[in-house]
Each structure stands twice: as structure tokens, then as C-alpha cells.
Design a protein around this ligand. Structure first.
Ligand code: GDP
Length: 334
């Protein structure tokens, strides 16, 4: 049998990294990644970290570039991981967020349809737990599932909801194998440094090495269902290997506050009382906060046989240990 081919948007992001490695190393895929813009500074980084990925220039905001990418690769599977994905940034840039995170999805789906490949290509849409919004009135006791009510609380969440529904609509209208994975927060050593988990793991490592004194943070009480990105990309792939296209929640079924994350991260460097190291900065609070996210992955566990492997404390430990090594190396500390 010939090799399967995957085309991934968002190849420079955390999930692009884990997914392309998984598809290439464990599943034997030929992997193509879409990269945006002339002289993208992340081009060299991807070439170095993921030398097996064939890079193609295209842009989620430019349907003709997507058409050309799809037509030339003729992939078996497309994973749309590309988006403006940072909630805080989406409040400051709501229109750009709509253009990329919402309209980018219809551009990609239309490009698939224009090529006439809509019956051949299996399409994965990266939907998000931010679509639920974490308000108390729509929160089921066991956590959000595929049937839960949406109430996004940020321009990012609203844009993702458009992507979610248009994916369903193309599945129903054109009989496409198009699925949405509603993924709860997933972190790891490749998480962007603007997200709170990586911001903390990096700062804790630097504090331990004497390179930094304090961490500036916003609200510490919000709770998230945090899993490991390496586990979640396997779920993405599984969603595209079923007889019938359907949507699935991927989550750990546990929720923890930022304070819980701080407890474990500082414990990793032998500090019990982390409060003296924290400085509150209003700039890191949001106009509307998502109080608590908890997902119920029962359907994915039952139908896909998916289960997260890395638990919360292992995740925090893995991230701090990685950053200790990385910061030591970067700063020439033995
Ligand atoms: P999100 O769930 O996609 O918004 O992921 P983030 O990692 O960006 O934020 C998780 C939670 O941490 C949110 O409730 C933020 O308000 C909270 N938070 C508190 N301080 C910070 C901070 O300094 N940076 C970020 N990114 N989030 C913070």
C-alpha cells in the first residue's frame, strides 16, 4: 500500500510539531506543512526540528493559495490546526482573529470543494473547549461533552464556533468526511510561552537557576482541564480513521486552578510557598474570563479507544524539567 499523505496547517505551532512527528514516525505518513508568508522566521526552526516535513507556502486567508496547496499535494487527510489561538490576543485583534480562525476554515473547506476532492479528503477541524465558555449555567456536572451548550467568552471562542459549525455543515451538505475535535487545553514542552502553563514552567526554571526573581500573572483562580499535547494529537488521527465522521471531545476529566499548577511547578524546584514570587499584573486579566473548564472524554474513550496517558502532575513535571534543561543550555549554565 502506498504511503498516506497528510497536509497540516499550523505546522509551526505546538500541535503541528507533535502531530507531524506522530504521523511520520509512528504511522509512516508523508507529511506536508503549510507555512505562511515570505521569510517567515519560523521556517528555519521547522526545517531544523521537523526535517521530514515538506513545507508549502500558503495562507488560510487566501483561498487560491490553499487551492494550489491541496491540488499539488492531493492529500488523504487535512488537519486544520492553524489559527490565532491565544485568547488574550484575540481580544486585542478580534477582526484578524475572525479572518484567520473563522474565515480560514471556510476558505480551506471551499478549497477542498473547488479541487473536487471533497469525497477523497478526510478533514480534521481543531475545535476548542473555549467554545463552551465555562459559565456556571451551561456546565454539566461531569464536564462538557459533545452535546453541551456553547457560550464562547472571547473573540477566539466565537471564531472557533463558526469553524465548528461550518465543518458540520460541510459534512451534512456535501457528504464530506469532516470532523471537529473539541480539545480541552493541551500543553507541553512545545507550548507557546504566552500561555500560562509554559509561562510558569519557564519562569520557575529561571527562578531556580537565579535568572529571574518574579512572575507577573493575572487571575490565579480560573480552572482548566489541562492535558498533554502529545496524547491529544493521537486522538486527532483516530478521529480520521473511523467508518463514520463524527465530533469528539478530548479532555482529561480533571480540572485544576492556576494555583494548583503553581504548587506543583514550584515543588519541582523545592519551593513550597510560591506567593512571594508572584506579582499581579492586570494586563494579564481578560475582559471576560472563562471560570472553569472540565471536559468529559467518555465518547472518545468508548468509540475511539483514546485515553490520555500523561496526568496533571507528570505534565507539570515534564514541562519544568524541560525548561530547566533549556534555560541552562541557553544561558551557558552547567
Ligand atoms: P486559555 O485557556 O486558552 O485562555 O489559556 P491560557 O494559558 O492563555 O490561560 C489560562 C488561564 O490562565 C486563563 O484563565 C487566564 O486568564 C489565566 N492567566 C492568569 N495569568 C495569566 C498570564 O499571565 N498569562 C496567560 N496566558 N494566562 C493567564
Amino acid at each position: 500500500m502506498s504511503k498516506k499523505t497528510a497536509l497540516i496547517t499550523g505546522i509551526t505551532g505546538q500541535d503541528g510539531y507533535h502531530l507531524s512527528k506522530f504521523l511520520y514516525e509512528e504511522k509512516g505518513y508523508e507529511v506536508f506543512g503549510i507555512i505562511r508568508g515570505q521569510n517567515n522566521p519560523r521556517y528555519e526552526q521547522v526545517k531544523k526540528e521537523l526535517p521530514f516535513v515538506k513545507l508549502i507556502e500558503a495562507d488560510l486567508m487566501d483561498v487560491s493559495s490553499l487551492y494550489h496547496a491541496i491540488y499539488s499535494v492531493s492529500p488523504d487527510e487535512i488537519y486544520n490546526l492553524g489559527a490565532i489561538s491565544f485568547v488574550e490576543y484575540s481580544f486585542k485583534n478580534p477582526i484578524l482573529t475572525a479572518d484567520v480562525t473563522a474565515k480560514g476554515v471556510i476558505n480551506l473547506l471551499e478549497a477542498i470543494r473547488i479541487t473536487g476532492f471533497e469525497k477523497k479528503i478526510r478533514y480534521y477541524q481543531a475545535s476548542s473547549s473555549e467554545m463552551f465558555g465555562g459559565t456556571s449555567y451551561n456546565r454539566p456536572e461531569k464536564g462538557y461533552n459533545e452535546e453541551s451548550l456553547f457560550h464562547p467568552r472571547s473573540p477566539y471562542g466565537v471564531a472557533k464556533l463558526y469553524g465548528h459549525w461550518i465543518t458540520k455543515n460541510y459534512r451534512e451538505s456535501y457528504d464530506m468526511y469532516a470532523v471537529s475535535g473539541i480539545l480541552f487545553n493541551h500543553e507541553g514542552e512545545h507550548r507557546g510561552e504566552e500561555f500560562v502553563t509554559r509561562k510558569i514552567s519557564k519562569a520557575v526554571a529561571r527562578i531556580s537557576l537565579g535568572l529571574q526573581e518574579k512572575i507577573e500573572l493575572g487571575d490565579l483562580w480560573p480552572k482548566r482541564d489541562w492535558g498533554y499535547a502529545g496524547d491529544y494529537v493521537k486522538g486527532m488521527w483516530l478521529m480520521l480513521q473511523q467508518d463514520k465522521a463524527d465530533d469528539y471531545v478530548l479532555a482529561t476529566g480533571e480540572t485544576h486552578s492556576i494555583e494548583d499548577f503553581l504548587d506543583l511547578a514550584f515543588a519541582e524546584i523545592g519551593i513550597k510557598d510560591w506567593k512571594p514570587y508572584i506579582v499581579r499584573n492586570e494586563a494579564f486579566t481578560r475582559p471576560a474570563e472563562v471560570d472553569l473548564l472540565l471536559g468529559d472524554p467518555a465518547k472518545a474513550e468508548r468509540e475511539l479507544g483514546w485515553k490520555r496517558e500523561v496526568n496533571f502532575s507528570d505534565l507539570v513535571s515534564l514541562m519544568v524539567q524541560h525548561d530547566l534543561k533549556e534555560q541552562s543550555k541557553l544561558n551557558g549554565i552547567e
